[in-house]
Structures are given as structure tokens and as C-alpha cells.
Write a protein that binds this ligand. Structure first.
Ligand code: C2E
Ligand code: MG
Ligand code: MG
Ligand code: MG
Length: 284
């Protein structure tokens, strides 16, 4: 019986592996179609200055509205896009959209806001010509580098070589800012912070959303903030979901906050309306 059970388990296992492989093939095919057919959208999530309560930045988050399955979460398709190289075209598209959005907001509403885009480590490989194309696109649209921030993860810094820091430096020379995303989840070596010039550090939401229930997280966040400030780096707290968390962060000297407490990521028009309403309220 044990043998039979074992075999069944094995069969079950191979079956599910086959299913997984078939699902993946289908996903890759659909992802290709989504790239050529321009099926993606960008949602925007405000980043609030904790001192002024003003929304000064916004993160661009890609959305893939699938014909039959609703939105497929980025966590599901970004890794596939990375494996297949499709992330290169997707990443370019996100950047071009962001630059156009900076222009549109400026011209239509006089909104001056920095857009953060997430950039995969894959996008830094063979970058050469693409870097020039991005800079040209900024110039052609009269958008200053400082209107864009690129969010990178520790994974990129792990590939640590002079190459990476040279590439980051080229962006910073062009005025483009750099954020280190999801800080605290990976290797989080303090050495990175010293070696690579970055403008912002984003504390991962696994720390911020436990702030009001776990003293250890308070200590940790405080240490990160103090250290970042000593190095001239501003701190953004991700995943802030309550007033209490926001208050604790502000008390610790954290610079910016982002999370559902302020707003979920929103489609362009909804973001615009919320932004304008919020600013009007601030002005009184
Ligand atoms: P991320 O860059 O760390 O983005 C923050 C994620 O946290 C977003 O998930 C956002 O919707 C979610 N979030 C924001 N506030 C809260 C909160 O208060 N509570 C909780 N529980 N979650 C919150 P999303 O949009 O599903 O994106 C997931 C990840 O996918 C991103 O993490 C980023 O790594 C990646 N991603 C998204 N868009 C792009 C893109 O255009 N290019 C690349 N390469 N990666 C992207
Ligand atoms: Mg991000
Ligand atoms: Mg993040
Ligand atoms: Mg994250």
C-alpha cells in the first residue's frame, strides 16, 4: 500500500508539474500579446511628506487587466517577464508612460510631482544604448531628470560590482533620483548604503505594518532612519495602513510615507481627482 501511495503521490506530483509548465507557457504567450497589444495600465500611489502632509511623489505600479482573469498581480507576471526578457520592453513602456504623465499633469493641472518607477535588475544588463534613449526621451519632452526616480532592489546591488554603481551614477548625474526598495527584506547590508549613492531608502512594509504591535519593529525602524539620515539618505515608509503607524513614523523622524492609510494605487483620473481634492483641503 505504501508503494502504491508513493506512486500515486509521484503521479500527482508530475501531473501538477505538467500543469504548471502548461500554465507558464500560456502565461508567457499572453504576456507577449499584452506587450505587443499594449494591454497594460499604470496605477499611481501617492507618497506623502510626513512633515507637510503634501503629496510630493507618486509610485507607478503596473497593472495587467487580463481578458478572463481580472488583474494578474505583478508578483505573478513580473518574474516571468524577467525570465523571458520581456521586462525590457515592459520597463521601457512604463518609463515612457511616466514621462508623458509628468508632462500631462504639468500642462493640465500644474501638478509638479515626481514619479517613481520600479526597475528590475535585468533592465540594467546590456544597458548601454537604452540609457541614452531614456535620457533623450526626457530631453525631447522637456522633463527634468529630477521628475523621475528609479526604484531598485537589493538584488541589483548584490550583483555588486563597479558596473552597477557606475550605471547608477550616470542616472544621478542626469538628475534622476534613486530609491532602494523593500529595505530590510534582503541582505540589507549597510555596506551597500555607503558604497552606492542613493537618495531614498524605502522601509519594507513587513516592518511598518507591525509598528503598532511590535516594539522590536519600532527599534528597528528607528535605527534604520537614524542611520539613513547620517548617510544623507531620506526615508520612505512603505505599507502604512493606520494613523497610529503614521504617527509613530513621524515621531521617529521618517520623511515620507506610502500605504493604504493614505491611498490605494489608483488609475490616473482617480489619482488626479484625489490629489487635487487633498491639496485644496491642505490649503484650507
Ligand atoms: P513594490 O515596488 O514594493 O510596490 C509596493 C507594493 O505594495 C505594491 O504592490 C502596492 O500596491 C503594495 N502596497 C502599497 N501600500 C500597501 C499597504 O498599505 N498594504 C499592503 N499590504 N500593500 C501595499 P503591487 O502593485 O502588487 O506590486 C508588487 C511589486 O511588483 C512591486 O513592489 C514591484 O516590485 C513590482 N512592480 C510593480 N510594477 C512594476 C513595474 O512597472 N516594473 C517592475 N520591474 N516591477 C514592478
Ligand atoms: Mg517600488
Ligand atoms: Mg517596495
Ligand atoms: Mg514591496
Amino acid at each position: 500500500a505504501a508503494k502504491e501511495q508513493g506512486r500515486n503521490r509521484f503521479n500527482y506530483f508530475t501531473h501538477s508539474m505538467q500543469q504548471q509548465a502548461r500554465y507558464r507557457m500560456k502565461l508567457i504567450q499572453e504576456l507577449r500579446e499584452a506587450v505587443t497589444g499594449n494591454h497594460f495600465e499604470i496605477y499611481y500611489q501617492p507618497i506623502t511628506d510626513l512633515n507637510t502632509q503634501q503629496v510630493v511623489k507618486v509610485e507607478a505600479l503596473i497593472r495587467w487587466p487580463h481578458a478572463h482573469r481580472g488583474h494578474i498581480p505583478p508578483a505573478e507576471f513580473i518574474p516571468v517577464a524577467e525570465d523571458t526578457g520581456l521586462i525590457i520592453d515592459i520597463g521601457d513602456w512604463v518609463f515612457y508612460q511616466a514621462v508623458q504623465q509628468v508632462v500631462a499633469w504639468r500642462e493640465t493641472y500644474g501638478i509638479d510631482i515626481q514619479i517613481s518607477i520600479n526597475k528590475s535588475p535585468i533592465q540594467f544588463r546590456d544597458e548601454g544604448a537604452r540609457f541614452d534613449a531614456w535620457l533623450n526621451y526626457l530631453t525631447q519632452n522637456s522633463v527634468a531628470g529630477g521628475s523621475i526616480c528609479i526604484e531598485i532592489t537589493e538584488g541589483l546591488l548584490l550583483e555588486a560590482n563597479d558596473n552597477v554603481s557606475t550605471k547608477l551614477l550616470r542616472y544621478r548625474d542626469a538628475g534622476v533620483q534613486v530609491s532602494l526598495d523593500d529595505f530590510g527584506t534582503g541582505y540589507s547590508s549597510l555596506a551597500y548604503l555607503k558604497r552606492f549613492d542613493i537618495d531614498y531608502l524605502k522601509i519594507d512594509r513587513s516592518f511598518t505594518n507591525q509598528l503598532d504591535v511590535d516594539e522590536n519593529n519600532v527599534t528597528l525602524c528607528e535605527a534604520i532612519i537614524v542611520m539613513a539620515h547620517k548617510l544623507g539618505i531620506k526615508v520612505i515608509a512603505e505599507g502604512v495602513e493606520s494613523q497610529q503607524q503614521a504617527d509613530i513614523l513621524k515621531g521617529m523622524g521618517c520623511d515620507y510615507a506610502q500605504g493604504y492609510f493614505y491611498s490605494h494605487p489608483l488609475p490616473t483620473e482617480q489619482f488626479e481627482q484625489a490629489y487635487l481634492k487633498h491639496n485644496k483641503r491642505l490649503r484650507g
